[in-house]
Design a binder for this molecule. Structure first.
Ligand code: NDP
Length: 283
């Protein structure tokens, strides 16, 4: 049989993108599975996105991740969207299905997978989300699609927070509401899952934490953080002191990468190897 020297291509388009660690994780998985795939970290300027998306077809790439500032702007260049991507209005993963580009959003799916792996189910749960940016939107939509009954959005910017609460109400079966973020805001009674989906605490600002009343966190709340660098944030440490169960942001990141791996290769992802590769990056 003739040898095949041609690698299958995947990667990420973003600007800035140099510090995006996903390539390390995907390459570790390709190598572990003996797949001749590559993950390219490519800086694409906003004005070049249309041409870059054409190149996905021209190069026959298996797919691509999109990060800042392309997650919303990419929509006109796609042929089809997943249910979650339609609700969120943003895409972080594209799969090239024989020239048709399918947009998915695995941010929220990665979060849900990490939560379930920690032993917490979503069905019928009351959730409070801090933040209303891209990560919060993806998580809220996926939690609603997975059967959460109520989602309260707490966000500093009122318009953005209200818009997300309305999105949940109008586009899913879950109830959504907005709570104004006052200093030392109380976590609503009855909250079963609390998620920090803000960037507060992300390196280098590792001493920052969301301005909430930490004494309102009770031991029966599962408390999650999207911040993955550092993995043990001040937010999680303070929640753990209240006796809460905690879930850090690394699980979401690695499970999202694992989902992308499967969408592009059709193979089960080597999760333990991907986790190991990610941990090494943040040592
Ligand atoms: P966006 O810029 O879209 O949104 C940021 C959000 O954080 C806004 O709601 C903003 O509030 C809020 N915010 C920022 N700083 C503070 C603060 N000090 N106090 C209260 N609210 C604050 O960012 P993303 O949603 O894309 O990303 C958010 C975080 O999630 C980042 O740290 C990112 O690295 C992380 N992330 C993690 C992933 C993972 O796999 N673990 C995946 C994706 C993202 P306002 O609207 O009021 O300005």
């Amino acid at each position: 049989m003739a040898k095949n020297y041609r690698a299958e291509l995947t990667g990420v388009f973003g600007d800035p993108v140099d510090d995006n660690p996903t390539g390390v994780v995907e390459e570790a998985a390709f190598s572990a599975k003996g797949l001749n795939y590559r993950y390219l970290t490519i800086r694409v300027l906003p004005e070049d996105l249309e041409d870059a998306m054409k190149s996905v077809r021209i190069f026959g790439m298996k797919g691509i991740n999109l990060t800042m500032p392309h997650k919303v702007k990419v929509l006109p260049y796609l042929d089809e969207l997943s249910e979650a991507a339609k609700i969120i209005g943003a895409v972080n993963t594209v799969i090239n299905k024989n020239g048709r580009l399918y947009g998915e959003n695995t941010d929220g799916k990665g979060f849900v997978a990490a939560l379930k792996a920690s032993g917490t189910e979503l069905s019928g749960k009351k959730i409070t989300i801090l933040g209303a940016g891209g990560a919060a939107r993806a998580i809220a939509a996926e939690c609603a699609l997975n059967g959460a009954s109520d989602i309260v959005i707490i966000n500093r910017n009122k318009e953005r927070g209200q818009e997300l609460a309305q999105l949940i109400c109008h586009k899913t079966k879950c109830a959504g509401s907005y709570l104004e973020w006052k200093s030392q805001v109380q976590i609503p009674r009855g909250t079963e899952i609390l998620i920090n989906a803000t960037s507060a605490g992300f390196s280098p600002n590792i001493k920052d934490k969301p301005d909430i009343d930490y004494s309102s966190i009770t031991e029966n709340i599962c408390v999650c953080d999207v911040v993955f660098n550092p993995a043990e944030t001040v937010f999680l440490t303070k929640a753990a002191k209240q006796g809460a169960k905690i879930v850090n942001g690394l699980g979401m990141l690695v499970r999202q990468a694992a989902l992308n791996f499967t969408l592009w290769t059709g193979e089960e992802a080597p999760l333990a190897i991907m986790e190991e590769a990610l941990k090494k990056e943040f040592q």
